[in-house]
Design a protein around this ligand. Sequence first.
Ligand code: ADP
Length: 644
Amino acid sequence: MEGGPSDRAWPLLLLLVAAVLVPTAGLLWFMGAAMRNERLAVKQKLEQAYRPALTEAAHAVRSYWAERRSVLERAVDQPPARAFATVVRSGAARAAVVLGESGQVLYPAAEPDLAAATLHPALAEAARLEFALDQPRIAAIAYRQVAERAGSPDIRAQALMGQARCLLKVADTAEAIRLLVVELQQPDLRRATGTNGRLIAPAALLRALQVMEPGYPSYRQTLDEMVLQLRDYDNWPMSSAERRFLMRRVLEIAPQVTTFDTLEAEELASEFVARHLAAPEGAGLAPSAMPGTWQFTIANSPVVALLERAQTLRELEAAVAQALPHQLHIAFVRPGVVVGEEPFLLTTLDESMPGWRLAAYLRGEDPLASRAEHQVATYLWTGLLLVGLVAGTVLLVGRAAFHQMKLARLKNDFIATVTHELKTPLCSMRVLVDTLLEGNYRDQRQVREYLELMARENERLSRLIDNFLSFSRMERNKQAFSFRPVEPRELVEAAADIVRERFEAVGCAFTAEANGELPAVEADRDALVTVLLNLLDNAYKYSTDDKRIALRAFADDGEICFQVQDNGIGMRRRAVRRAFDRFYQVDQSLSRSVGGCGLGLSIVKFIVEAHGGSVDVESRPGEGSTFTVRLPAAQGNGARRGRG
Ligand code: ADP
């Protein structure tokens, strides 16, 4: 009964596969959803925990700008140069630019146009003597006279400068220095300017310093006075260009003893003005026209604070870092920039940094990821376990279902076989009886022949029914055996007597031999005869022409063996392994034609094993088969009783 699963098995197979796949898919979906939820829940918890820290950080940013704002507020009402110095010296900005009402630059303002400058007529004669006629000595006297007569501080100061210049040319250094550091430094000349619009007093000090040797008695004092003037944004209203020029010269003369805290800012601011300056639109932080620089303004203030971008960011980060727990690090996100790596938290900053955002990231290992990983592992194992359970259950159910289907099929086949098996001898008997009843026979010999045929069919029918009954009892486990010591020889002879006539009738070479000395076996005599008859019957059925069948009993290794050997069609190895299975038939059509229902060998096995023995077969296709039944010899003379 070989063959693949029938068509009916496919829907069942699909159903079983679906029974595994559907819950597996559901489980995977559920695991995915659960993991997403878990991640969300952890994220929410962490957000709740860290949100106040971020608010605190935003607050630190606000304080940073509030400081700068208050500095700019302080500068609102100050004169431009002072406003510049206030902002720069507070450290609130790298530099500052002060604007007028209409947005024009007040500080650092552009220098006046020098080409338009003309010499005052009172000085013209002295200047002619000095430059055109090259008479410094006379020019010095002429300058002195102008100085003494002049009413305007500008002309007086210009004349004194001219005198000092001429004295230097004639090498009257001491008098020249006195003019420069004493007379020209009188308070009433403090705001005096030259034809180029520049303050004369500081220029006079520079000239004196250039002339003096460092060892000169008033050198140090002069240097100090010079530095004082250049650092003073209140009383010495120099233009930025002039102040920068003088500062640089002083630094050249006395690099070790002097520094100017506003020089860098002055340079940055004038570079900024020279490049470009658009009046800022609205207050707050904005990119400036100068690379690497930001500008910061507040409402109603003429001051634009210039900030170095990198430094400002560093300062902001440092301010924010103090407010943050070490697990978080932050980044400032410019207006309009798309945040690359998704931040853990994001917050907007107020009007001090319009459009800016503060992004917070978790430092080190992502706790969300590690938590999620842990969850994945848990869900995965649970999932695998459940899928395994489902698969196991489905497998068991499937096996049971397939088994049932197979049994149902076997039962159907069995019924078909039984019907056929019963019908065949009945039909033959009926034909024979009808022939006899109708008197269709030649003589008494033929009558006898018919009757013998009927007897044989009858016998076959009886054996068949016996087998069915044995099987049925075996199925219900009701096979009852009555054990007693039996001579092997007696069993061999009983079986041989039953088959001999049938075998020899068709010219089959049948031999039966049993050693009379063999020890008895403890057995149910009829059951063992059935065993031998079944084996002999098969040997007969599955041998073709020139049948040679041998039945023998012998002792081997303390056991009693019964052997049935034939020269029939034999069996393949696979068939040998299954020959003792219920309903198994190697070739169904052959079995049908020779008569059989696949029960004979399973009954043999059942009976032999009930006797504590075993049965095996050696067989090769085309060469015949040898079935050997091994039974334990009965112990002593006594017999085992009452088993089964
Ligand atoms: P069946 O009633 O069909 O003979 P059995 O259980 O007696 O059933 O045997 C099972 C199958 O084993 C048979 O269908 C046959 O194919 C094979 N078989 C049994 N005995 C022999 C034998 N002596 N030679 C070859 N094949 C055999």
